[in-house]
Write a protein that binds this ligand. Structure first.
Ligand code: DC
Length: 240
């Protein structure tokens, strides 16, 4: 089991991968299928899975429960200086603890999604989460997913993927997911919220959502999860 505790600390680059166990990054916008694919790819390879969105959601959860103004970077920075964020991974299941409270099941709501995207635009938040992410992936043998994995957090990753899909397809995937999870949502509201979040994630000044120059681009619009997974597995096998 990997356990990482978030604190202010410096971290260097990852050492060379051990025993051919690779560091694989998957970036892309919401609703593109990256969580499902990343989790399944990690399971196939016997690797750890890291969903970095869960970390931003953990910070958002803390900001919301502390009634701190997410637009006030100083207040958020002060809050983080007394926050303990712990991430545990057992096989492909991640748990997020904020100040020793397991908040994993409170992180998927739409308001936490929006707030996560808002706090993710703050350089202080990104800086605070950087060593946590790097230390989690220290030994390779991991599939990490997010928005800036291949560009900022792990520029030296062994294999990088960037998944994208037609916006309407991404919205309908997310719509089905939310309904399966009993979070009823009007289609137009969901479309508006996802568009705002996407625009914010793509246009922020620090670590915007863009493909790394050496990332393999995959359009998942007309592909099933298994087709994407088979494609990724083929690419990774050729690198092992
Ligand atoms: O992947 P997700 O939907 O759980 O991510 C929630 C928000 O967190 C997303 O809108 C942007 C932010 N995020 C980020 O900025 N960088 C990452 N590596 C992962 C997530």
């Amino acid at each position: 089991m990997n356990t990482i505790i978030g604190q202010w600390q410096e971290s260097g680059q990852r050492p060379e991968s051990k025993d051919g166990r690779l560091l694989i990054t998957i970036d892309g916008p919401a609703g593109v299928g990256k969580s499902t694919v990343a989790k399944k790819l990690a399971a196939r390879l016997g690797y750890t899975y890291l969903d970095t969105g869960a970390l931003y959601r953990g910070v958002a959860w803390k900001v919301r429960s502390s009634h701190v103004d997410p637009a006030d970077s100083k207040q958020v920075e002060d809050l983080l200086s007394t926050t303990k964020l712990v991430l545990t991974a057992r096989e492909q299941t991640l748990s997020v603890f904020v100040d020793a409270q397991d908040v994993t099941h409170e992180l998927r709501s739409l308001d936490v999604s929006q707030l996560a995207s808002t706090v993710a635009a703050l350089p202080q938040v990104r800086q605070w989460l950087l060593p946590i992410q790097r230390e989690f992936a220290n030994e390779g043998g991991i599939v990490v997913e997010g928005r800036d994995m291949g560009t900022k957090v792990f520029p030296q990753a062994d294999v990088k993927f960037f998944l994208d899909a037609d916006p309407d397809i991404r919205i309908s995937r997310r719509y089905r997911e939310l309904h399966a999870d009993d979070q009823q949502k009007n289609w137009d509201d969901l479309r508006r919220e996802m568009t705002i979040r996407d625009d914010r994630d793509r246009s922020r000044e620090v670590a915007p959502l863009i493909p790394a120059i050496d990332a393999m681009m995959i359009d998942t619009s007309n592909l099933s999860i298994d087709q994407v997974l088979d494609h990724l597995t083929e690419v990774v096998s050729a690198r092992q």
